[in-house]
Design a protein around this ligand. Structure first.
Ligand code: SF4
Length: 178
């Protein structure tokens, strides 16, 4: 087992004291930098930053950042949820460490798609069902993970099935920017 002990701190973010969303920080007793390329190879949408020895990932709407000696989570509903989330992440890290001989580590950094590349795959009807004035506004927000593909209802229509499949491959479900 790689991680046996950690100290957990759960708090409301300083920029939003009293908020009903929680963040947590688990301080680890070991350096997990060596594990990050293995997570990069197995976690869909992870963004690995080798120079910073960091990897970010989005899971169920929660933003997660792995650092050498730390795991940080944000946007969790309550303290109990934050504890459960961190425990699940520690289990994931330990399982990945145990399986590392079967995984080809990935040292690359995935790039977020360009808004224009996303725009070309949207229905381009400017129907506003997503709440944005145009498909291009939606593409801009999708590129920085401020919106999700599911926020565009027309993409479920059969006529857009090919575009939807291409978008599924293109979009990175990484933590939002901004
Ligand atoms: S719901 Fe989809 S098709 Fe309609 S404006 Fe938004 S992105 Fe464009």
């Amino acid at each position: 087992m790689l991680i046996e002990n950690y100290e957990l701190e759960i708090f409301t973010p300083p920029c939003d004291p009293g908020a009903e969303r929680y963040a947590s920080r688990a301080r680890l007793n070991v350096d997990i930098a060596e594990l990050l390329p293995y997570l990069n190879a197995t976690l869909r949408g992870a963004v690995y930053l080798p120079e910073a020895k960091a990897l970010t990932w989005k899971k169920g709407g929660h933003n997660i950042a792995f650092h050498a000696y730390e795991i940080a989570t944000s946007n969790v509903e309550d303290r109990e949820g934050a504890e459960k989330e961190v425990k699940g992440l520690i289990d994931l890290l330990n399982r990945t460490w145990e399986r590392r001989a079967e995984i080809v580590p990935d040292h690359s950094t995935r790039r977020r798609p360009a808004p224009m590349a996303i725009y070309k795959l949207l229905p381009n009807t400017n129907c506003r069902q997503c709440g944005e004035p145009t498909c291009y506004s939606f593409a801009l927000k999708l590129a920085v993970s401020q919106r999700k593909l599911a926020d565009c209802p027309p993409l479920t229509e059969i006529q857009y099935a090919e575009k939807r499949a291409a978008l599924d491959d293109l979009i990175i479900e990484a933590p939002a920017i901004g």
